[in-house]
Design a binder for this molecule. Sequence first.
Ligand SMILES: Nc1nc2c(c(=O)[nH]1)N[C@H]1C(S)=C(S)[C@@H](COP(=O)(O)OP(=O)(O)OC[C@H]3O[C@@H](n4cnc5c(=O)[nH]c(N)nc54)[C@H](O)[C@@H]3O)O[C@H]1N2
Ligand SMILES: Nc1nc2c(c(=O)[nH]1)N[C@H]1C(S)=C(S)[C@@H](COP(=O)(O)OP(=O)(O)OC[C@H]3O[C@@H](n4cnc5c(=O)[nH]c(N)nc54)[C@H](O)[C@@H]3O)O[C@H]1N2
Ligand SMILES: [Mo]
Length: 749
Amino acid sequence: MAGLANVWGYGAMTNNMNDIRNSKSVIIVGQNPAENHPISMQHILTAKERNKAPLIVVDPRFTKTAAHATQYVRIRQGADVAFIYGLINVILKNGWEDKQMIEDRTYGFAEFKSEIDKWDLATASDVSGVSVREIERVAKSLADNRPGCVIWAMGGTQHTHGTNVTRSFCALQLVLGNMGKPGGGANVFRGHDNVQGATDLGNLSNTLPGYYGLSQGAFKHWSKVWGLDFEWLKGRFRSKKMMGSKGFTVARWHEGVLMDAKKELSNGGENVHAALFWGHATNCQSQMHRVKKALEKIELIVEIDPYVTSTSIVPDRKDGVYLLPAATQYEQMASVTNSNRDIMWRNRIVSPVWESRTDLAILLDLAQRLGLKDKLATYVKGPWKGVPKDMKNVKELSEETIASVVDEWNTGMRTIGMVGQTHARMKRQMDFAHVFNIDTKRAEGSAVNGEYWGMPWPCWSDKHPGTPILYRDDVPVMDGGMGFRARWGTKAPDGRTLLAGNGAAPPKGSINAGYAQRKAWKTDITGKVFDEALAQGLAPYGNGRARFNAWNVKPDGVPIHREPLHSPRPDLIAKYPTYDDVKNHYRVPTLWKSLQKTDWVKDFPIMLNTGRVVEFEGGGAAGRASWWLVELQPEMYAEIHPKLANDYGIKNGEYMWVESPPDWGGSYGGRIKVRAKVTRRVGPDSIFLPYHWGGSWEGKSLLSKYPKGTEPYSVGDSANVVTNYGYDRITQMQETKAGLCRIRKATEV
Ligand SMILES: Nc1nc2c(c(=O)[nH]1)N[C@H]1C(S)=C(S)[C@@H](COP(=O)(O)OP(=O)(O)OC[C@H]3O[C@@H](n4cnc5c(=O)[nH]c(N)nc54)[C@H](O)[C@@H]3O)O[C@H]1N2
Ligand SMILES: Nc1nc2c(c(=O)[nH]1)N[C@H]1C(S)=C(S)[C@@H](COP(=O)(O)OP(=O)(O)OC[C@H]3O[C@@H](n4cnc5c(=O)[nH]c(N)nc54)[C@H](O)[C@@H]3O)O[C@H]1N2
Ligand SMILES: [Mo]
């Protein structure tokens, strides 16, 4: 489903799901596609069957995906960098690295290697909990079976050092020479169907659309595209500083309500007074007891959602909550972008039913009431077509309006090349869907001949076929070739070159080596700069090097392992400490070291893991309202190992309490009451909670608070009441994949 406010997770796949059919090996680290990406799982199984590709699954839990593995590796939560660096250590010791790729297409390998040297097998094994033999075996499988792909999702990112974890995956692929090749790549499977599109179009608090950032130049570019006067736009902000300052994120907006605006927040001295939840359910946020307080204190809550979510039910309040029924994806037409960067046209099946309205209709009506409709529905080429004069009671917009919106982003989104995927091309691809080859994604014949399915970005012009595999230097730019982006100039601060080496360039280009980015390529909305580059066979964004050492990513230019905030191994904290606390992280002070120094494991000895099941999605508002799904997953539970259950006198099906460490400044974390599912999927040192439940609090049902007729068939305590404090140093992603808890049998029923 397409929650519009989804900003979780980051990045994009370098390759695509179909391309896994070409992989000679597949390693899945921190992801469970058998449940969470079941269609893509079929491509993975094709690689396993057709190419005899080893399928390695690295997860603290024996998942349904692990059941298909040729090698399952049980890892300690939050220790992936240690494991990956153990692999790279073995690869380098044996000389299995791709020397040419490292030499011609990367920067900073020497610094990276000195980090790797610290991860001899004994150290990597001790920290990751993976045996020496297993590490050796995985390294050899990956070296022997190239090109191979690395896939991950939330097991890799939901950590205080999640950015480091995912960067270590990319580093592994550079070392193996698996980047820019069919069957290779660093592939993060994204979450919701349009989450890639949502982030591309700027539903993030730290950038304008197209990852332009928040500089004045970025605002000038977009004012031009939007047909707005830059000075007027500037006037909407309290100051130039606030204009360029990253906003709150979905993970910690609630502190904007709760914290002292003058002493703690960096929000211009102001608290947050109102919240619009536009396709987001707050039982997906960790620290839910803090969120509940914020939902009680805030002046206005608006939920724009096809379902009533726990956001409206959990707070103890009698007014100030508005429910705006949004249409579902079946009732809305639009372009959507999937994990592959494929941009597709989605037809609507029916017009919005009952009183529901499409998200765009609600947005335009809201803009009208705020006196901003004409500004919103106009861009550099004029007003969007077909927008009614009065939006009151309008349920949906016509296709020509949505085509105008597409044309607007086609005009502005230069950075990632979201410019050639016109409305007409999208529609044409839908008409000829049958001519695309499932292994290459390329059309064979008809009016779309030579195009790639979904015209994945960068699609540099309306003649370009799209780029299903990023960074290929073995095909011409007009066939989807490109180097790494020359984003950081031609020389690093240390004077070393950032341009690709001789010969490392897509064929048929006028320069057979690295080259700088074209002048003004990001802001020229006429398309001239792009056309000139393409005519010479060059990528507008240059041909640079991938960086093992990203000097501007602070403090970890070279990614390193850092223990989770709530580490089950306090003995490792001195050697692998977390980050220093930060005063202003997306406007909120954020703790790392000062929380890590407490010896949590003494009182909270069990590791806490959370994630998904195939039956439900996210906060579960839709799934738990479906009788058939509830029949399959009737009740909230914890997976618990037979030994652990027995140690606590808990039998399968009995109720248990799960309690979490107190958070910042508090004496109380949170607790939930769940049923025990006794299973060997989890190890004896951890429990796993699905996070799809809500609608009850500390064991007490809140069903009576739902508006009549909107009650879900199943309510239950939410995992996120007990997920621990902890946020990624770069993205602020919540650390819901490494925490601690304690449990006891619930004696009362
Ligand atoms: N049915 C269904 N499908 C979905 C969703 C849904 O809610 N329901 N949600 C969608 C969304 S928004 C997303 S982002 C994706 C997420 O897709 P996934 O990332 O596959 O989802 P999770 O189940 O949260 O986590 C995957 C695995 O990470 C493991 N893990 C936990 N900690 C660690 C660790 O430290 N290291 C390693 N290596 N593994 C770890 C967990 O045990 C779990 O099996 O799924 C999407 N698809
Ligand atoms: N403990 C724990 N917590 C987690 C995670 C975890 O692994 N563990 N994963 C995190 C991740 S990766 C994610 S993405 C978040 C998910 O967090 P959310 O995105 O908040 O969760 P969802 O329930 O998937 O979607 C939110 C709402 O969007 C509504 N919706 C669906 N379609 C439409 C539409 O077309 N229009 C509108 N307006 N609304 C629509 C749905 O009814 C739903 O109520 O959870 C995060 N929280
Ligand atoms: Mo997600």
